[in-house]
Design a protein around this ligand. Sequence first.
Ligand SMILES: Cc1ncc(C[n+]2csc(CCOP(=O)(O)OP(=O)(O)O)c2C)c(N)n1
Ligand SMILES: [Mg+2]
Length: 606
Amino acid sequence: MTRRLTMAQAVIEFLRNQHTERDGEMQPFFGGCFGIFGHGNVAGIGQALHQWKDFPYYLCRNEQAMVHTAAAFAKMSNRLRTLACTSSIGPGATNMITGAAAATINRVPVLLLPGDIFARRNVAPVLQQLESPARQDISVNDCFKPVSRYWDRVYRPEQILTSLPEAMRVLTSPSDTGAVTLALPQDVQTEAFEYPQEFFEKRIWTIPRPRGDAEALKRAAAIIRASRRPLIIAGGGVIYAGATDALSQFAAQTGIPVAETQAGKGALCWDHGQSVGAMGVTGTRGANLLAREADVVIGIGTRYSDFTTASKTAFQDPGVRFVNINVAEFDAFKHSGLAVVADARVAVQELAEALDGWQVAEDYRALVNRHHTEWDEEVERVYTHRHGPPISQGEVLGAVNHAAGADGVVVNAAGSMPGDLHKLWRARDPKSYHMEYGYSTMGYEIAGGLGIKMAAPDREVYVLVGDGSYLMMAQEVVTSVELGYRLNIVVVDNHGFSSINGLSTACGSAGYGTEYRVEVDFAANAESLGARVTRARTREDVVRALEAMRGHDRTTVVVVETDMYARVPGYESWWDVPIAEVSEVETVRAARAAYEGARRKERYFL
Ligand SMILES: Cc1ncc(C[n+]2csc(CCOP(=O)(O)OP(=O)(O)O)c2C)c(N)n1
Ligand SMILES: [Mg+2]
């Protein structure tokens, strides 16, 4: 039995039939396809989507944004679902590269289907074709190779019979997932082939929970039993694996404190007794002080970015050892750790059994408790601090945290807010905090908010976006209005790049080139894109606007002016940003001297 379909029709028909299943729950893997049509896809994938209207097609306004939307949808779905993205050839395709890099770095699945130049070549060079005098099998889509976990170009319609199953294997792999790019030449998309009917049958990709090596687990338990100052670092893998309850029990049982990375924030509810909050450069005082002295660091589902390790200065115990539970072998072996290559949930459960009856010493438990309490007080201080107007960013975050209540989700990606949110946001459940901080892409916020809302329509989504990020990519407000996915957007207008201003000042360069000199009417801008808008100046204005948002029937934007210089401080941490070794400028020389001192704390873990 065969079906005669075009390659593009066969692609869509295949995607419609893919499902994932974990712990006995099944769902369609693709929630539909985002896209912008051009000559590179309109008659191929565009025609197929038109024909299969039950596979939803969503029109976005910028191809980069749609990849962020797909990635946010996937992240919110714990990687059990995603969206496909179709683009034309040329600039439509290359617009997706930033999104692809962000997805791959954050380890979330997105399927990208850029159109490509003609396979048959006779009409070359076609519009938007990158010509090479040295070879003919090259196009701008080759730029996706380093940012894709799987990349293929489909020169013949039958090649998808082997390409698509490989794409699905990578997309659904907990350890290998990321952006998958299938470059689809514009002519081949329209070519027909007799596809075997079996290719289109319902397929279920079971997401495994691989168990760790028994010997490795035994050794991990022995190392933890012998430790005096253990610290858990919970990364995104804890949340993706649905291991948050297991971790919560494990921490309570053993008394081991838990610090969270950006992707891992929310692994524990903020008021859990063993929670010491954020880890690293943007971490809490308690987490960073505990890390400094820790003799055993248990990394669970973390890739140990420089923000987590404070550029390898966070762990100063000379004999510190790492036990790494990770589904990806690559991450499990970092810092010469004892690698437990396993699903986070089963590994934590098995470790809990192996450590039955053991817990940290009473004085360590008391120290953790003190850090926990002191941090709550510090958050309260920043939330309720009265400044201005213009008010401080910390107050805005406090108001949004309060407004978000039990079901709200906050999304952010770049600027000064990721650090402040990491420190201050009180996460009430594992999906209430959504930070894209692997790539920290300005412009992710609104596009990502849309993906979150599509994945969890019943939850209120609060998009926190800086004025810089807003100006970079606000156009998906239109898409949210058009699709009826209502977002609560808070534009934090501090007239420039507060984050980079502070960094530049710390590097001795006085904030050069980081302040905007023109007033922008963000409210008028957002209104023109179809949103309801409010302007807020005082804290009371913000609170009122946030309250009103919930009742609105469409995307609402509140613009609040904040003081760029009323910053949340850092707590016992450091980040390696190299400073000029020679300079005419005195402040740079001073910054360099301090830098050289701080850098001496960087370590190798061998
Ligand atoms: C696409 C992109 N370009 C540049 C940067 C570098 N960068 C990080 S934060 C930032 C400024 C962000 O400004 P804004 O959104 O206003 O946030 P604020 O720093 O004021 O909180 C820049 C330029 C980035 N992260 N992403
Ligand atoms: Mg700003």
